[in-house]
Design a protein around this ligand. Structure first.
Ligand SMILES: CCNC(=O)[C@H]1O[C@@H](n2cnc3c(N)nc(I)nc32)[C@H](O)[C@@H]1O
Length: 234
């Protein structure tokens, strides 16, 4: 993946508890993998709540926009086998990415990890604030691109191999503000590239969400590359 090419990438080891949790998730036989979308929608909604709350007292936090584009976008790229979930929430600084996605509050989590390990029931993962890691039920490589008003856009990436990288993001479209999670789907998770499946899940998981959720299926357009007449046949 591009991560090896990122010259300015800093490498980090996950906190031990995080690595353990990720391994349990990845090796769990938990069958309801749909919950990853519920957790991502929930995190996006929390991020949108934060910026909307701040905007009540300081309109400037919304930048040139206003609060009409506080929404969640889900995009399917069948060619690249990537699902992306984007929010126009408050976004994360580089430090936020490192702290929020690389460490977990130890209190209570190890109890949850024990419980999950024995019961194998991941459904309550969100209630312990670690729902994000459920992305590894369906993805083997996850990128988190984020832009906070107080920092430049950064990208976080991990293949759940015990480490993650963070770099200033010079490759992707500027988000303006907010976060985009890109899931590189596992071989066996192809069902999540089906619009019908995603539509059903969005309907199911958007019931208590106070922001619009838009689903886009980006079709790969074949670009006709005009033959270059004067190309000599070598
Ligand atoms: C243990 C995993 N950590 C998280 O899920 C934290 O990462 C951050 N996070 C996850 N998705 C996010 C998101 N989409 N926007 C923002 I702002 N923060 C997010 C929140 O602080 C979560 O509590």
């Amino acid at each position: 993946s591009k991560r090896s090419q990122r010259s300015n990438a800093q490498h980090f080891e996950f906190q031990a508890e995080v690595s353990r949790l990720m391994d349990i998730i990845i090796h769990s036989l938990y069958s309801n993998k749909d919950i990853f979308l519920r957790e991502l929608i929930s995190n996006a909604s929390d991020a949108l709540d934060k910026i909307r709350f701040l905007a009540l007292t300081d309109k400037d936090v919304l930048g040139e926009g206003d609060d009409t584009n506080l929404e969640i976008q889900i995009k399917l790229d069948k060619e690249k086998r990537i699902i992306s979930i984007r929010d126009r929430g408050i976004g994360m600084t580089k430090e936020d990415l490192i702290k929020n996605l690389g460490t977990i509050a130890k209190s209570g989590t190890s109890a949850f990890v024990e419980k999950m390990q024995t019961s194998g029931d991941l459904n309550l993962i969100g209630q312990f604030g670690v729902g994000f890691y459920s992305v590894y039920l369906v993805a083997d490589n996850v990128e988190v691109i984020s832009k906070h008003n107080d920092d430049k856009q950064h990208i976080w990436e991990s293949k759940a191999d015990g480490s993650f990288v963070v770099a200033e993001d010079t490759e992707n479209e500027p988000l303006g503000r907010g976060t985009e999670i890109r899931l590189h789907l596992r071989e066996e998770a192809g069902e999540y590239l089906e619009e019908s499946k995603l539509k059903e899940l969005v309907k199911k998981y958007s019931e208590f969400i106070n922001f619009p959720i838009r689903l886009w299926a980006s079709k790969e357009v074949d670009v006709e590359v005009p033959a270059d007449e004067d190309e000599s046949n070598d």
